[in-house]
Design a binder for this molecule. Structure first.
Ligand SMILES: Cc1ncc(COP(=O)(O)O)c(C=O)c1O
Length: 415
């Protein structure tokens, strides 16, 4: 190996050590299995396969797997795609099983952001109105940030959370009436409570000019798969997700949609937003889907939720202010603005990094600081549960974080 390549592998080794030794509490991260890694590092990276499985491949696949429900575009732009066709169909089939759905599945989005971009593009024109959760209250950049394509390309209007940090469903209803959006989006990056997809569907159904209902379930996909969060399937027209958070797969995205939208979604992904799929990543997504069907995975997700609850309760006992007062899922937010007004989320993130604990700063409802500083942090339990942490380990970690913060705060006050 040449010296420069060695440098790259040195860096990979260093990162491997960091991942082994740190307590990982970033809510959007996880540790994939050896098999997911193997697929992601496979020779499939060598293959171009623009387009979608050929019709003959689909027919052959259905003979082998008659319960696969097919919809969407067909036809490749390159030769030699017979194995990739099988792979892509198998990945779709497995994800239909994971979410117990006959929705169309596009497994090609390179990331959650690409999935959202293509999802919007499939049903919207530039300038159309999207009603989404406000960003400072937990939505993702691609849900309308002015610095993101979503905020630049579409007319974004936002619903809020109430004074306790819960989604204000009355506000959604009011804003659907006020703005007549073409698409209503549910889903978040930093929201610790159940999202009532049915309630939003009912609001949409009672509208005259029905907007599309899209759910970005990137954070909670694993919980939906395991039955620990109500499913958006059967309610939303389009569902996007990442595959690398609670789903514990390779870094990437997926789009599910009702079959009537299948061709529009496929065309928006390719040729609309992307060229050739990352077929090694499609393979790794397929492996993750197979794993997500196991009882072991379902028990893992149940443990993630129990761990999140246990850690959150411990912080409450220690006097911390938890946004919404608790959690229903794999994450929760601590608001330091009242209990520790002199420190920022950024300072806590850096402080804990020095102690081998990784988490991220996060805005809190009615945030007074900038998104670079923030008054809160977000904590998630998916990654450390993969490493075998149980409730008592998360309680011990909360106690450790408390000691570190108290010591730092005392020194800060005493100057
Ligand atoms: C809700 C949500 N949607 C989309 C994304 C974007 O995913 P990616 O980073 O893969 O582009 C994220 C990432 O954190 C997210 O939390």
């Amino acid at each position: 190996m040449d010296l420069n390549s060695l440098k790259v592998f040195d860096i990979i080794n260093d990162e491997q050590k960091r991942q082994k030794n740190y307590i990982e509490l970033i809510a959007s991260e996880n540790f994939v299995s050896e098999n997911v890694l193997k697929a992601a590092g496979s020779v499939l990276t060598n293959k171009y396969a623009e387009g979608y499985p050929e019709r003959e491949s689909v027919e052959k696949f259905i003979k082998e797997f008659p319960d696969y429900v097919h919809s969407g575009s067909v036809g490749r732009y390159y030769g030699g795609c017979e194995n990739i066709d099988r792979l892509e169909l198998f990945a779709r089939y497995m994800f239909q099983k994971v979410f117990n759905t006959d929705y169309h599945v596009n497994v090609q989005p390179h990331s959650g952001s690409s999935a959202n971009q293509a999802a919007y593009m499939s049903v919207l024109e530039s300038g159309d109105t999207i009603l989404s959760m406000s960003l400072e209250n937990g939505a993702h950049l691609t849900h309308g940030s002015p610095v993101n394509f979503s905020g630049k390309q579409y007319n974004m209007v936002f619903y809020n959370v109430d004074s306790d940090g819960f989604i204000d469903y009355d506000d959604i209803e009011r804003k659907i009436k006020e703005y007549s959006p073409k698409l209503v989006l549910a889903g978040a990056s930093a929201y610790s409570r159940i999202i009532d997809f049915k309630r939003i569907r009912d609001m949409i159904d009672s509208c005259e000019n029905k907007p599309y209902f899209m759910v970005d379930m990137a954070h909670i996909a694993g919980l939906v798969a395991a039955g620990d969060h109500p499913s958006p399937f059967g309610l939303a027209d389009i569902i996007t997700t990442t595959t690398h958070k609670t789903l514990r797969g390779a870094r990437g995205g997926l789009i599910f949609c009702i079959r009537e939208l299948a061709k529009k979604v496929d065309r928006a992904v390719f040729p609309g937003c992307q060229g050739g799929g990352l077929q090694h990543i499609v393979a790794a997504k397929a492996v993750a889907a197979c794993e997500a069907l196991s009882d072991e995975y379902k028990n893992y997700i149940h443990q993630v939720v129990k761990n999140s609850h246990a850690m959150c309760e411990e912080f409450k006992k220690l006097g911390y202010d938890i946004v919404t007062g608790g959690t229903d899922n794999h994450l929760f937010l601590i608001d330091f603005s009242k209990t520790h007004p002199l420190i920022t989320g950024k300072e806590i993130q850096n402080l804990l990094d020095e102690h081998g604990i990784t988490l991220n700063k996060n805005c809190v409802p009615n945030e007074k600081r900038s998104p670079q500083e923030t008054s809160g942090v977000r904590i998630g339990t998916a990654a450390m549960t993969t490493k075998g942490f149980k409730e008592k380990d998360f309680i011990e970690t909360a106690d450790k974080i408390n000691l570190i913060i108290n010591e730092y705060y005392k020194n800060k006050i005493e100057g």
